[in-house]
Each structure stands twice: as C-alpha cells, then as structure tokens.
Design a protein around this ligand. Structure first.
Ligand code: NAD
Ligand code: UDX
Length: 461
C-alpha cells in the first residue's frame, strides 16, 4: 500500500521504516530539514536498536523515502499517518499545535482519491473529530486560494475529497521500538468507517499474521476495532495504568526500606499472581520519558475539564515526584552534608537503549544535587558515543566510567544500561574518595559491589 508518515521522530520513523520493511511504499515527511538530510543519507537521527538496519534495507529496496515536501507525501499516500509530537504544556494538557498544523496542511493538499488519515500521535480524547474539522478547514482554505487566483469554483460539500479519520494509538517502548512494532500485544483501531478500518487491517496484515514476529507460531495479533474516543482513551489508560503500577511498587519499596523487607522479593512474590503479573514491578527512582509523565498529566487534565477530580492518578504522579529524589535522601543518609561533595551518575537517559532525555529522572537529580551544593558528574554510554549533550547544565559529562568514579564521594546508578553490570567496580572503588553506590534501579549485584569495597544502598531492599 502507499503510505505517508508525517513526523519522523521515535514513533514516525520506526512506523515508517517497519511498514516499508514489510513491503509497503512509504514516504516519511518531516519539517526538520537537518533530520531529513540525515535520513536521506541512510542515517537514523535517533538511537533505537535495529532501526538503522531496517531503514537501510528498505531504502535499498526502494520502499522508503524521506522528504520535507508534505504535498508530495499526501499525494502519494492512501494512508496518511500523523505522528508528530504532542508535548506537555505547563498546565499539563497536551500541546496539539503540531497535529493541528499537519492536519491543516493535509487538508490543503488533499486531492484525488479516498484517503485514511491516521492519528498515530497520542492525542486528547475527542481529537478524531477535531482533526476531521481541521482537515476540512484546510481544504476550504486551499479552495479559497484557488478561487482567488481565478482557479475554479468555491468548494461545496460534494466536492470535498473523500477521507476518514482513524485513531491508531502506538504502544511501542523506546529501546525496543522495532521489536514492539513487529510483536505487538494488540492493534487498536478507532473509527466509524468500515472502509477505513478494513484498509488499516490490510496495512497491518503481515504483522497481524505474525510474519515478522519473533515467534511465528503465536495466534494472530488481536485487533480491537472500536470507536475513536475509546481508542484514544485506551492509549491514556494503558500508560496511566503502567505508571500507577510502578508508583505502587515504589511506594511498597519505601515501606520495605523502613521495615527491613526486600522489594525485589516482594515484587517476585506478588508478580507470580497471574492477576497482578510480573511486569512493571521494578522499584527504583521513578518513571520518566516522553510518554508516562505527559500522558498521565494530560489524562488528569482531561478529567478536570469534564468536572472529575482524579485521586489515584494524582497520587501516582506525586509518588513519582518524590521517588525521583529518593537517591538524594539516601545520599544524605550516608554522606550527611552534600555541599562540597562530588556525586557521579551512572546513566542519564530515562531508560536504557535510547538516547531520549525527555523528562529523565537524572535531570531532577542533577538540579537538586546542584541546589544542595554538590558537584555532579555523569557517564552515559549513548551520550559518550554520540557526543550529544542535550543542553545539559550543572553536570560534567565524562567519557568513561572510570573517569566518572575518579574523585567521587558516591555513585548513583540512574539508568539500567546492561554494560553497567560488568564494569570494573574494584578499579572504580579504588578511584573514589568514598566508595558508595546508590543503586537507583536495584540493578547491580549487591554482593559483588560489596566485595569490591562499595557501601551499597538499593531502593527498598
Ligand atoms: P518526536 O518529538 O520524537 O518526533 C516528532 C517529529 O515530528 C519530529 O521529527 C518533528 O520535527 C516532526 N514535526 C513536527 N511538526 C511537524 C510538521 N508540521 N510537519 C512535519 N513534521 C513535523 O515525537 P515522538 O516521540 O515520536 O512522539 C510522537 C507522538 O507519538 C506523540 O504524540 C507521542 O506521545 C506518541 N508516542 C510516543 C512514543 C514514544 O515512545 N516516543 C510511544 C507511543 C506514542
Ligand atoms: C512507555 C510505554 O511502555 C509504551 O507502551 C508507550 O508507547 C510509551 O511509553 P517508554 O516510555 O518507552 O514506553 O518506556 P517504558 O519501558 O515503559 O519505561 C518508562 C519508564 O518507567 C522508564 O523511566 C523506566 O525506567 C520506568 N520503569 C519501567 C520503572 O521504573 N519500573 C518498571 O518496572 C518499568
């Protein structure tokens, strides 16, 4: 099928590249010229395992193209994905201006045959109808320009190009985005047009039938076809549930710390109950990233707009805010005064295998430690590898773990990068003023660290 993906960030680029990999002809559009230049040269602007290989293969096969020309993309696609960002506004609600700009632009370029416009971005409930309205506005504006230039008649409803809007929320996780795209737990399609839903099912058929799955013997991927508002709500509810589950185990961890229980054992024990499940029960320094914080806030905001004061969701957020600074509390318990001390952060990104720093707990830690007068250094494999700095302030970014350890009074494991399991902790301890390890993800081998001479502190154990 002919596909156009507008917005080539974590979601758009992965979606575009994976759809091209399974044989669709995909044009990816972005208004960031630098990004498009990079992608045209076969390079991924983001770090995502397996993505570069998929991109290169599809580009060589001629199924994946990149452009800044939205008009060309819209003309090409029978299915048009909107995959631009919906970042949080200071109020907590979602900033939909990029979606609006793209929807208007689609309208301005819509011509010819029937098209399905897909909301892949996470958008507030009710956005399906709103996008439809903006697209129609775009069509009318274009017609006015054409009429003004003596190009034709004023648009009547009958002459509007045919299109439908479908909500198709994305559930991929950064760091395993390609895997998640080929191995989804479900595909959600919201819309009232059976023609549009059928086209979406055709688009995803190879994935639904597990042709690209790790385990091809699994039954087909469940497809939930529902109304647009429910599809939009599913996305928010899923993220809010997972974030709440983590806040729950973090709260349990804080109680464990006080009563002398081990939260990793508790998580194992409750996770064996199939009604609870063992996933998303890793206690630590809290959830971050580009989705959980903004989507939970947006859902709270939507509820507020409709006169419902959420209690559970607000509590999940407040537990998380406190949890992000749990490492500071633990540092104070061990080192007492932090002013004049040097703290080294192992990891900066909000989770491993991504270069994304959006709403990373490390940012709060850096700010708070600076405020308390501590000097902060950090080492992160992706930051070291790509040389990117994300405009980080208040932190000295080191190029390897041993330089990080040198002269530190304590280390804090912030991100559970796999390579942190196998560092030379004997050497690192010997380079530190004070070998203290706050394991913010309960990720390291406590005994091994203790043998290396570290005073080890976990979260809830
Ligand atoms: P992103 O910020 O990484 O990428 C957005 C892209 O859109 C950028 O490349 C930007 O240049 C481009 N863009 C902005 N305005 C444009 C325009 N007018 N025309 C063309 N391109 C434009 O965002 P993301 O992380 O990929 O998220 C996209 C959406 O998907 C968001 O709504 C997000 O909530 C949702 N989502 C994200 C994830 C995730 O893990 N990142 C997972 C599920 C859903
Ligand atoms: C999340 C959702 O999982 C995904 O379905 C959605 O599409 C986008 O948002 P992502 O943000 O990429 O994905 O990462 P995820 O693996 O969910 O982790 C989010 C945060 O929770 C990270 O900061 C992670 O460290 C933290 N986390 C996760 C925990 O603290 N404990 C856990 O048990 C799991």
């Amino acid at each position: 099928m002919r596909v156009c993906v507008i917005g080539t960030g974590y979601v758009g680029l992965v979606t575009g590249a994976c759809l091209a990999h399974i044989g669709h002809h995909v044009i990816c559009v972005d208004n960031n010229e630098e990004k498009v230049k990079l992608m045209k040269a076969g390079q991924s602007p983001i770090f995502e395992p397996g993505l570069s290989e998929i991109m290169t293969g599809a580009m060589q096969a001629g199924t994946l193209e990149f452009t800044t020309d939205i008009g060309g993309g819209v003309a090409h696609g029978e299915i048009l994905f909107i995959a631009v960002g919906t970042p949080p506004l200071p109020t907590g609600e979602s900033d939909t201006r990029y979606v609006e700009a793209v929807a208007r632009s689609i309208g301005a370029h819509l011509d010819g045959g029937y098209k399905v416009i897909v909301n892949k971005s996470t958008v507030p409930i009710g956005s399906g109808d709103w996008v439809r309205m903006i697209v129609l506005d775009g069509i009318v504006e274009r017609q006015k320009v054409l009429v003004g230039a003596g190009g034709g008649e004023v648009t009547t409803l009958e002459s509007v190009p045919a299109f439908d809007v479908v909500s198709n929320p994305e559930f991929l996780r950064e760091g395993c985005a390609v895997y998640d795209t080929f191995n989804p737990d479900r595909i959600v399609l919201g819309g009232s047009s059976s023609k549009a839903i059928a086209m979406m099912q055709e688009l995803y058929a190879p994935i639904i039938e597990r042709q690209y799955a790790e385990d091809k013997s699994l039954p087909p991927v469940p497809v939930l076809a529902t109304d647009i508002s429910s599809a939009e709500m599913i996305k928010y509810a899923a993220n809010a549930f997972l974030a709440t589950k983590i806040s729950f185990i973090n709260e349990v961890a804080n109680i464990c710390d006080r009563v002398g229980a081990d939260v990793t054992q508790v998580a194992k024990g409750i996770g064996l109950d199939s009604r609870i499940g063992n996933k998303f029960l890793q206690a630590g320094i809290g959830w971050g990233g580009s989705c959980f914080p903004k989507d939970v806030s947006a859902l709270i905001h939507t509820a507020d707009d409709y006169g419902y004061d959420t209690h559970l969701l607000k509590a999940a957020v407040s537990v998380n805010q406190r949890q992000r600074l749990i490492a500071v509390e633990k540092l104070q318990q061990v080192l007492k005064i932090l002013k004049g001390k040097t703290v080294g952060l192992l990891g900066l990104t909000f989770k491993p295998d991504t270069d994304d720093m959006r709403d990373a707990p490390a940012l709060n830690l850096i700010e708070h430690l600076n405020r308390l007068g501590a000097k902060v250094k950090a080492y992160d494999p992706i930051v070291a590898q790509s040389g990117m700095r994300h405009g980080l302030t208040g932190v000295l970014v080191e190029t390897d773990p041993e330089r990080l350890a040198d002269g530190c009074d304590a280390l804090v494991l912030v991100t559970d990068w796999q390579q942190f399991r196998n560092l030379d902790y004997n050497k690192m301890a010997s380079l530190m003023t004070n070998p203290v390890m706050i394991d913010g993800r309960n990720y390291l081998d406590r005994e091994a660290l203790q043998q290396a001479g570290f005073y080890y502190v976990g979260v809830g154990r």
